[in-house]
Design a protein around this ligand. Structure first.
Ligand SMILES: C[S@@+](CC[C@H](N)C(=O)[O-])C[C@H]1O[C@@H](n2cnc3c(N)ncnc32)[C@H](O)[C@@H]1O
Length: 257
């Protein structure tokens, strides 16, 4: 059985669009994220890759920054349109690996591990190249991603309980290919109304791999923190917020601090 046959760039978003906001309701990083993004965006415009339902893009737009939101899932973009304040964000259908917008941006960002939904390292690198071509002078590309902990996927596919309440249960099964760094997982949500399946396929990359991709795309790492609050990045950090800028834009250094 191959549960991921036919998986493409729209699959993640199209399968979750209607439930996405409920699934991420527990995340409490929006104020810090939007504060930092607003600082980096300056007068804008800003571009989010994998905008989803606008969790970050809408509050940034509400601060007065012109925001474009690219997504490969038509259903996610429909949710963005429907969301309160969603009309403040210019939705664009396309893949973050290969898009062409007729403007440049002081800020492009990709949040919440969305870069890893591009499940091929060459395509992730293509994303860096495409972004580099859309950065305004001194512009920045911010990547938020997890630091891989492959040991958590070791062993045969295992079922784990992600969450449960009196009327719902969320189970996840995943398999890890250590060679390709691809993790396929399937969430099974059981409620009184029935059950639903939510597949995810990610190709995780180590921070150093991302830096090398960026470098080959003409970008360099300017800053790395653990999270949107600029907590210092250490060997124990399980996430990173990496800020890239054009390799030849030495004068931009220091503006993100
Ligand atoms: C985890 S969600 C993040 C949504 C939003 N940025 C947030 O922080 O809540 C990932 C989003 O990336 C989109 N996506 C996946 N692959 C993509 C690709 N190749 N190009 C553009 N968007 C993609 C999905 O459709 C989904 O909306």
């Amino acid at each position: 059985m191959n549960a991921f046959q036919g998986w493409d760039a729209a699959s993640y978003g199209d399968s979750r669009a209607g439930v996405y906001d409920r699934q991420v309701a527990g995340r409490n990083d929006v104020p810090e994220a939007v504060g930092l993004l607003a600082e980096l965006a300056g007068a804008g415009p800003a571009l989010e890759l994998g905008v989803g339902t606008g969790r970050l893009a809408i509050p940034l737009a509400e601060k007065g920054v012109a925001v474009h939101g690219l997504d490969s899932s038509p259903k996610m973009l429909a949710e963005l349109d429907r969301a309160p304040g969603g009309n403040r964000v210019t939705g664009v259908l396309g893949s973050m690996t290969d898009f062409a917008l007729d403007r440049s941006f002081p800020l492009v960002w990709v949040a919440f591990n969305s870069l890893f939904l591009v499940d091929d390292p060459a395509e992730q690198e293509a994303c860096f190249r495409t972004v580099a071509g859309h950065l305004a002078e001194g512009g920045r590309f911010v990547v938020e991603a997890f630091v891989p902990a492959p040991e958590q996927f070791d062993g045969p596919a295992a079922l784990r309980v992600k969450d449960f309440g009196a009327a719902s249960l969320l189970l996840q099964v995943s398999r890890h290919d250590a060679q390709t760094q691809v993790v396929e997982s399937l969430d099974l949500e059981v409620t009184e109304a029935g059950f639903a399946l939510y597949p995810t396929r990610v190709r995780y990359s180590w921070p150093q791999e991302l830096d090398a991709m960026a470098e080959r795309a003409g970008l360099r790492l300017e800053d790395r923190w653990e999270n949107w609050s600029r907590r210092p990045f250490t060997a124990d950090s399980r996430s990173h917020l990496s800020v890239y800028t054009a390799a030849d834009a030495a004068t931009a250094s220091g503006r993100a601090r």
